[in-house]
Design a binder for this molecule. Structure first.
Ligand code: DI6
Ligand code: FE
Length: 404
């Protein structure tokens, strides 16, 4: 029996380990994998003399932790390209939502769609994410907005997890917006989620967390708080779409419930950032939505840095505000739109993204972590953020197995 399953030689590594300087770079390294985990990693010259069932030279290429997309709405039917054209001609997102377009138009299409159609659409987007170096993806429901359709969406997410190489985290986002049948009765809809949808989801183990949209076009803080108390009772962690279009106190609300993450944050104030810091809530920034909405209010990056709030990045892949299926693009946008350094972007797409999902077994290249490894044809890790629109992924290993 060989000591290791796989030994990778002749490579450079960026570990993105917490507290490590300069991306955690180890040049001229070797990396050993055993039972799907990293068994050894360090300068090749210091490598223990152990045997490996398979040894492969990477020809001087770079290895980073595989990327993690910790915020997507990957499952939906149809698209909103027509609406996108309208918005470019000056029609506001909120006005389209007011007249029953926007999220509700995708809800109509998704409710009518067959499970296979939803699966195929999401699976092709998953493949695009994998081609950008992603091994773990969070997928939300939120385009069903009734018991059967929300369960249908989460069932597809679980099925994608069972049938694709990638790891899938599923999130219930029934509180995405008020469905037409509850128009003017948001409280009644929150009760439906609390007493019918959520218990059924827990019973069937269809979700790993609960999310909500705290915004004037969706739900207010007391309604979200009621839902989060119920999630707590049923033992599910929470996350929140917070302060995207206005300062609704979403960041403080998320922190109050010790949310795994608060996402968007364009209008978050300093008190909200302070609360997130003390609660350990991760800030997930979504440059694709910021860009597509033509937003001008930037999330408080300086305050997040000052208070030591971990910053993650994600695609927010959705048909309405972020039709984006690449984490390298999300990093390229995060640096240019939010002023994040390339190292912050990479930490945001690996270590901090894992933390936003409550996963402590991945996100860095360190001994004992899942061997989710992306191999790139680049000169330096910053190239992954510097170049836009290029494909530099050479190989993707998930739990030590090459998948792309
Ligand atoms: N904020 C967003 O930007 C997306 N959801 C949310 O809560 C928009 C989703 C859509 O327009 O389909
Ligand atoms: Fe979102």
């Amino acid at each position: 029996m060989a000591d290791w399953d796989l030994l990778l030689t002749d490579l450079h590594v960026a570990t993105l380990a917490e507290g490590a300087a300069d991306y955690g770079i180890v040049r001229d390294a070797a990396l050993a994998v055993d039972d799907g985990e990293i068994a050894w990693l360090g300068p090749a010259a210091e490598r223990p003399r152990k045997s490996a069932a398979e040894t492969r030279s990477l020809g001087g290429r770079w290895a980073t932790p595989a990327l993690i997309d910790c915020h997507t709405h990957l499952i939906f039917a149809g698209d909103r390209a027509g609406e996108f054209e309208e918005r470019l001609s000056g029609v506001a997102y909120a006005d389209i939502a007011e007249r029953g377009g926007g999220i509700l138009s995708t809800v109509r299409a998704t409710r009518d769609a067959e499970i296979d159609t939803l699966y195929e659409g999401a699976h092709s987007r998953l493949r695009q994410l994998a081609a950008s170096g992603v091994a773990t993806v969070e997928i939300k429901s939120g385009y069903g907005l009734d018991v059967a359709s929300e369960l249908k969406m989460l069932g597809v997410a679980r099925n994608l997890g069972d049938t694709s190489d990638l790891s899938i985290q599923a999130t219930l986002l029934a509180a995405h917006t008020v469905p037409p049948e509850y128009s003017g009765n948001a409280n009644g809809y929150i009760d439906l989620i609390c007493h019918e949808i959520l218990p059924e989801v827990v019973e069937r183990e269809l979700a790993d967390a609960v999310d909500a949209y705290c915004e004037h076009v969706a739900f207010d803080a007391p309604q979200v708080a009621k839902l989060f108390r119920r999630a707590e009772e049923l033992g599910l962690p929470v996350r929140l779409h917070a302060d995207q279009l206005s300062d609704g106190g979403g960041a403080e609300l998320a922190a109050h419930f010790k949310a795994l993450s608060a996402d968007h944050l364009e209008y978050t104030n300093e008190a909200g950032v302070r609360a997130m810091a003390s609660a350990g809530t991760v800030a997930v920034l979504l440059p694709g939505a910021f860009l597509t909405l033509g937003e001008t209010q930037h999330p408080p990056v300086a305050a997040l840095r000052e208070y030591g709030v971990p910053i993650a990045l994600a695609t927010d892949c959705n048909p309405g505000t972020s039709p984006l299926c690449s984490m390298t693009e999300a990093m390229a946008l995060g640096s240019r739109l939010f002023g994040l350094t390339p190292e912050e972007c990479l930490a945001g797409a690996t270590r901090n993204a894992a933390r936003a999902l409550g996963l402590d077994d991945r996100g860095t290249l360190e001994k004992g972590r899942r061997a989710d490894i992306a191999v790139w044809d680049i000169e330096h890790p910053r190239d992954l953020v510097y170049w836009m629109g290029t494909r530099s992924l050479d190989e993707l290993l998930i739990a030590g197995i090459a998948v792309a």
